[in-house]
Unconditional design. Structure first.
Lengths: 494, 494
């Protein structure tokens, strides 16, 4: 029962990824380059991930807000590193459409000249930025609502769309518009803010492992790879089956950089004014890309049970059979409150139906025919197993619970096994190049240097993914041969 | 216990509205004109409304999708009435920021000249529209996924932000960016599509009455007031305490207008190609403005229990009293799974605390002091009542359930009473003018005429809100004195 519309993973990984997205009805392109439509399956996966993160955030007192998409260009200019980091990929808004009467005249050259004329009147400093991230508006918000130390800490989060003008786009992984949560917090002390940044990354760790079943390496970014404006950036890095790393999420300690640029002050216990210490953190819809690549196979999507849009499908093997219909009804009734279940009693062939559910990542397909009724069993096809299983209908709930748990574990263990087998330690640049060309996740002693990181990227395509820990005294940098500062992971990345 | 920061409703309605938004911590302005920050209270209200609508939509088989914000200008041009209706208030995206090295030079004139130069290269037809509504992309999506009649109907909804360049903005009621759901459906027949448009408005009716406790009048829009590109627009119109109508939501039957412009065809039962019949419908965050105005008073927000961010507050009247603390703990434990509850045991004064909760629309404030412990009672202040009530702690759950239900009813009845008393029937233009000047919701026999509607608006500021029903044979138009076509409601509006 091979799915012929899916390009084999082994023959062309990138074409495999695209065919999964098509066949599993996840996304469509539009005529704006780099924009995608999230079809119901993909949007539901995101909503399910969102709910898990939101629940964890609520437990630590985070409140959701919603900030405007448009940012004043003058405001955006205040934190120099921040604007420097984002300027090349930021969209601006300038003007309304030409006069509608002109538009309706359908005279193209007239419309265009009116359009250009309307744009010439805007200077950059009167202009509006479309948010690539929302630090600037959160700062404005904090400045306005913060009075005294009694108000601190403030933990605000928003779920929103952000916009970046990307040259090379791929559905979920890199698009002009994507969805994320951005958590922004302000605190009285440096220590409290750093603690929050780490607490946030711990929440991401829990979600990634337990819900997405994705293994990862946790570490701090090198100076060169830090978020624009941050003092520390913590990251979770995963590895895709093609040997490219994926940055899953990041949590930043911003220090007082933004607080000073945007004047976020409060009255402390001694009636003096202090600047706050700040953090921000985000996880985006690019994780859907990671989720697809980590688990899926040549029959389509493989998803953790928690995140499968249709968790269970029921297929009656015959039409107009009262006993079969009653059995289907009873099964549906007993599980529909706990699982997302769909019945397919259409005229399509059984092979088509099974393929159709497997490609969408459905974990359990329950077959009910004459034979099943006679033997008082249900035939079950589990997404990651070749053999069909027969179970007693009375055991169904227990079966789903236990096998569901195991299924999640199996997914995680399989991915973890691959990740661990891909980590290679190297001692010099020759070994490094060889390992990178073999699509490995490379561990190396390194002396942090922006210049050398850029040189390494130019020569091999690999970037520093994160720092494992500090180097020992006699560790030599694999690249410069100088005293190493850190043990760093390198890989090519999405 | 009057709240001095709230401008009295009677003295200046508009200033009252603004002061409620400030004091109840609902929204902040930013430096981009017409943009607002939704603070946690306002965003939670929207999330609660969203959940109710989403649950109803799910029951009828609606699936959520997410479409891009950017629309290709060429695509936008295809439905002539649609573009004509939206062009004046649509933003466009043109270009990235100037080169970051120039930005960092901080040389303003250089930045500005580079910025203008980069804009001159874009012609309108290469340009990108920021969605004012998403018909165009939904059409693109439907065209791509629709094959045969087996696929129909398709009911897709999205929760998103949309953008319109408004001259006069007010928080929630009219902003450059707002949030809404937009439901888009396609069908095989005209009848099925019209039925869907009416089914959608029925869901809105249920939510408005039961959840928002807002009374409304249901009707169809006049030709002049229809959605750009629609054949029929159904609307729910409410009336604010200042006598201005508020369009709460709309549901449109679009016929085949968009299907033909965007080529949305399917293979029918006879293997021939047919265009679909389409609907769209939306309810936006402007309803939060309506909710605030409908119920609130000079002490702040009044909200239906279902939608209050903090439904119940518990205030211990003494600190470090073991009996009081235990009682507070037990009460919290017994109700926190069912209600959003907050405890205020800070050092602030009792008056301040009560004001603070009342201004945020908290429905029940529970006071627990020595006196309460001694008498084994709880003192309760209900948001819409002057007298405090004493109840037995064992009756609390029952009390909250019953009084909660009644509270919702009281809010609805009070608002309905006002609305009904504001409806005035008129027979001629003099009566019409007088009624409009008295801020009434005016019912009049009218002969539909775009020219006359525009004339009436110019002379009185009033617009046709909706059609009540068809006119009788001898009914004369109050304005033109010709044979009337319809009985129409008029009012000034938000």
């Amino acid at each position: 029962m091979k799915n012929k519309n899916i390009v084999p993973k082994e023959s062309n990984f990138s074409a495999w990824y695209s065919s999964i997205i098509n066949e599993a009805k996840l996304a469509l392109y539009t005529s704006v380059k780099g924009s995608i439509i999230f079809l119901p399956n993909a949007w539901l996966i995101w909503q399910l991930i969102k709910k898990k993160i939101d629940d964890e955030f609520k437990k630590i007192g985070v409140k959701n807000v919603q900030l405007p998409t448009f940012i004043n260009a003058n405001d955006f200019m205040k934190e120099v590193k921040h604007i420097g980091g984002f300027a090349p990929e930021t969209f601006t808004v300038s003007t309304c459409l030409p006069n509608p009467s002109k538009l309706l005249s359908n005279n193209d050259s007239q419309i265009t000249s009116e359009f250009i004329a309307s744009k010439q009147n805007t200077s950059f400093h009167d202009s509006i930025i479309i948010r690539p991230t929302s630090e600037v508006i959160f700062c404005d918000c904090f400045k306005k609502i913060l009075n005294s130390y009694n108000d601190l800490p403030i933990l605000y989060n928003q779920w929103c769309n952000v916009f970046r003008n990307e040259k090379n786009t791929r559905p979920f992984l890199r698009t002009n518009e994507f969805y994320w949560q951005e958590l922004h917090t302000i605190h009285q002390t440096e220590q409290e803010a750093i603690t929050q940044a780490i607490k946030t990354i711990k929440i991401y760790k829990k979600i990634l492992k337990n819900e997405l079943c994705m293994p990862f390496i946790y570490g701090e970014k090198t100076i060169n790879e830090r978020f624009a404006g941050a003092i520390k950036t913590f990251t979770l890095e995963s590895l895709m089956p093609d040997g490219q790393a994926l940055q899953c999420c990041t949590s930043h300690y911003l220090g007082q950089n933004f607080a000073k640029a945007y004047d976020i002050k409060y009255q402390n216990q001694n009636n003096q004014f202090d600047y706050v210490y700040q953090t921000s953190a985000g996880l985006s819809t690019r994780i859907i890309g990671g989720l697809i690549m980590t688990h899926s196979d040549n029959n389509g999507l493989v998803l953790p049970l928690n995140l499968a849009p249709i968790q269970i499908a029921i297929i009656p093997l015959e039409k107009n059979n009262l006993q079969i219909n009653n059995c289907v009804k009873n099964i549906l009734k007993s599980i529909k409150n706990k699982y997302r279940v769909e019945i397919d009693d259409s005229d399509k062939g059984l092979g088509y139906k099974i393929n159709n559910y497997q490609v969408q990542g459905t974990v359990f397909i329950i077959l009910i025919g004459k034979n099943e009724i006679q033997k008082n069993v249900l035939t079950i096809i589990q997404r990651n197993q070749h053999e069909k299983i027969e179970i007693n209908p009375n055991n169904l709930k227990h079966f789903l619970k236990e096998n569901g748990k195991n299924y999640q574990k199996q997914l995680y263990e399989k991915a973890k096994c691959f990740f661990e087998s891909s980590i290679v330690k190297v001692n010099n640049f020759d070994e490094f190049k060889q390992a990178i060309n073999q699509h490995k996740f490379v561990e190396a002693k390194f002396k942090q240097s922006t210049k050398n990181e850029e040189e390494i990227k130019k020569l091999t395509g690999a970037t520093a993914r994160c720092i494992k820990h500090k180097a020992k005294k006699n560790d030599k940098c694999f690249f410069s041969n100088e005293q190493a500062t850190d043990i760093v992971y390198f890989a090519r990345s999405y």
